[in-house]
Each structure stands twice: as C-alpha cells, then as structure tokens.
Ligand binder design. Structure first.
Ligand SMILES: [Zn+2]
Length: 134
C-alpha cells in the first residue's frame, strides 16, 4: 500500500461520482448499483465482505431522507393544506431512488477510509517486504 490516504472530502467526491475511492478513476458499479469486485485501474478490492456498506447507508439515508420525512409528517399536523406535503414527499422519494448509486459510492468511500485507518488496508496489516528484495 504505497498510495497516500486521500482526504475525506476527496473520498466523498469520488463516491458521489461513483468512482474508486482510492484512485478516483475506476468505475465502482457495473450497471445501476451492482458493484465491481475490484477497481479496473488500481485493483483495489472494494469490499472485504459483502454487506459492509449497510451501516453507512443507514446513517446516510436517515440523515438525508428519514429525518426530513419525520419533520414533514410532524408539521403536517399544523398546516391545513397538504398539497405541499405530497409534493415534497414525492421529491424525497424521487431523490431517494435517483441517488441510490451515489449514496452507495459515498458509503463505499467511507468504508474505504475506515479500512485504511483500522482495517485490512491499514499500514499495520500490510506485511513488510521480503528481506532479500532490493
Ligand atoms: Zn481504483
């Protein structure tokens, strides 16, 4: 692992663009949201285990969609006209579906940063080079 760890903001931007969190070049998905196993450019294995992204996705989804929906439902009790509520709920639902690959990419980037810091990509987990190599 000779690459420097990219900055947090860089990894989020790469995830938003559905690009590899390490190099920013390789495409993360094949099709809509089916994840490639490895990056085509830097050969990074995207996920150590299947299902590693669910905690990040739950946190992102709650922040972006569930909390606004709760606020919408709460304020509906005090506003007699509900046309705006249905309009905003439809907008949120459309955004929820449309941004699925982007949210997955951001979650993959966050997982990558955690793996770089404490997981299988950290400096402590990389074995030292053999003594006879020069
Ligand atoms: Zn890559």
């Amino acid at each position: 692992m000779n690459r420097p760890t990219p900055r947090f903001r860089t990894v989020l931007y790469r995830g938003l663009r559905c690009r590899c969190p390490q190099c920013g070049v390789g495409h993360v998905f094949q099709g809509w949201v089916k994840l490639h196993d490895h990056c085509s450019e830097c050969n990074l294995q995207y996920l150590q285990d299947q299902g590693d992204l669910w905690a990040y996705l739950v946190a992102i989804d709650r922040a972006l969609f569930i909390l606004p929906l709760i606020i919408l439902i709460y304020f509906r009790l005090y506003i007699p006209s509900s046309a705006w509520l249905y309009l905003l709920a439809a907008g949120l639902l459309t955004g929820f579906i449309y941004t699925l690959p982007h949210r997955n990419g951001i979650a993959l980037g966050l997982d990558y940063l955690v793996r770089r810091k404490w997981g299988d990509l950290s400096a402590a987990s990389v074995p030292p080079p053999p003594a006879d190599s020069k």
